[in-house]
Write a protein that binds this ligand. Structure first.
Ligand code: FCB
Length: 445
């Protein structure tokens, strides 16, 4: 069977990872600006100050998108450009940037897919507690309204949040990402407040005429290290509840999953009308997939109801050390359909990709055959899921460009296009030509 009509091939990026220009046109500081300045937080002290200089070089990047022939481009809007302090009226100069970008995309027939929050929270909001503070949800909805007021007539897809689980786990529980807090399970209110922000934003966006609204989650299928060990199976289920279902059940089912942790941590923060707000209907669910996680029963007295284990032998790994498991994507898509049934909206794979230490050879070419193999296998998994009846409407490669990979700085290279950070020279890799040809072939099939 073929792909459904209108299937969207795309690529994805995010503001802090590519834009640079952190002090330009009235942009305020974000949590990531502050985090990068704390010694030891980001490898080699890298920061997003310059990144891919996309804020100035965006016309060249739009030409690269047009050369690929993508149907859609997923980018993110930097909240601190729109509201430099996270509150108050819009900063028109900040919105101008996205206005021009959206127009340039549309001129080339590329549908703009805008993410409102890809982790760059205005620092003044963090000073008031960030996502631990319920008020941030209301601030987020206000920001969503301002962005839509300017752009909803032209943006094709709106994604409220990117991967709230990573913000909760890496940002507030384990301190690996901004804002670097180490609250452990006491970070759980950040999950609820982000989801509340999502629900309030859905209403705000629709009120300003947004056409399609959804949210993007990070999904890591949970696999017991030893499937015959009941303790490992329970651990896998607990991980799935906390990392996957906690961010999906409230949105699609209007209820919290059973968590194998102290429910007081979370339930105390959920007010009466919150779940109906959070479960406002959405038009699509964004799925980011990189790898499964293997789980073991925790040691007695351990703080979490699972222990993460290494991937079993036999999987190749990417430059991040992440195992390459394309059938994890297939099982994830199947599991979403099975768990949510008629409550599941159409799916978009809003991120999938891999890093390798790509560098140009003596002839100047970047032959990233391992990336081609990775993408090919994962796209095959998406096709199989579609053939089986899962409603997947699009696939976005992470990423268009090599970029600032958070705590790993500029070391990992996820792009279809190589970036030489000393010169900002862009060199399309072999995978760029491969993806371009795949899209062209899919279109004529
Ligand atoms: C995802 C993030 C994205 C990028 C990829 C590699 O979790 O959404 O920004 O860093 O991982």
């Amino acid at each position: 069977m073929g792909l459904p009509d209108g299937f969207q091939w795309g690529v994805a990026t995010s503001a802090y990872q590519i834009e640079g220009a952190v002090g330009e046109d009235g942009r305020g500081p974000s949590t990531w600006d502050a985090f990068c300045r704390e010694p030891g937080r980001v490898r080699d002290g890298h920061t997003g100050d310059v990144a891919c200089d996309h804020y100035r070089r965006w016309p060249e990047d739009v030409r690269l998108l047009a050369g690929l022939g993508v149907d859609a481009y997923r980018f993110s809007i930097a909240w601190p450009r729109v509201q430099p302090t996270g509150r108050g009226p819009a900063n028109p100069a900040g919105l101008d940037f996205y206005d021009r970008l959206v127009d340039a995309l549309l001129e080339r027939g590329i549908a703009p897919a805008a993410t409102l929050y890809h982790w760059d929270l205005p620092q003044p909001l963090e000073n008031d507690g960030g996502w631990m503070n319920r008020d941030t949800a209301y601030r987020f909805a206000e920001y969503a309204y301002l962005a839509a007021e300017r752009l909803a007539d032209r943006v094709t897809m709106w994604i409220t949040l990117n991967e709230p689980v990573v913000v909760t786990a890496y940002g507030y529980a384990f301190g690996l990402y901004a804002p670097g807090r180490t609250l452990g399970l006491a970070a759980l209110p950040t999950a609820h407040h982000q989801l509340l922000g999502h629900g309030l934003a859905v209403t705000a966006l629709r009120g300003r005429g947004a056409r399609a609204v959804g949210v993007t989650n990070h999904y890591s299928p949970a696999r017991p290290a030893d499937p015959s060990a009941p303790g490992d199976r329970d651990a896998a289920d607990a991980f799935d509840a906390l990392m996957n279902r906690l961010f999906t059940d409230p949105v699609l089912l209007g209820r919290l999953p059973d968590l194998a942790v102290q429910p007081d941590d979370l339930a105390a923060h959920v007010r009466d009308q919150d779940l109906p707000v959070i479960s406002a209907p959405i038009d699509f669910l964004g799925v980011n997939y990189y790898q499964p996680t293997w789980l073991r029963a925790p040691a007695p007295g351990a703080p979490l109801p699972f222990d993460m284990d290494a991937a079993p032998e036999g999987h190749p790994v990417t430059g991040m050390g992440w195992p390459v498991v394309p059938d994890g994507l297939l099982s994830l898509l199947r599991a979403l359909k099975e768990r949510y049934g008629p409550a599941l909206p159409p799916l978009y794979v809003t991120e999938n990709g891999c890093s390798f230490p790509d560098e140009p050879g003596p002839d100047g070419r970047v032959d990233d055959d391992a990336r081609i193999e990775y993408l090919d296998a994962h796209i095959a998994a998406v096709r199989t899921a579609i053939d089986e009846g899962v409603d997947v409407r699009g696939y976005f490669v992470w990423s268009l460009l090599d970029n600032f990979e958070w705590a790993e700085g500029y070391h990992p290279r996820f792009g279809l296009v190589h970036v030489d950070y000393a010169t900002q020279r862009r060199t399309p890799k072999k995978s760029y030509a491969w993806y371009r040809d795949l899209i062209a072939a899919a279109r004529t099939a």
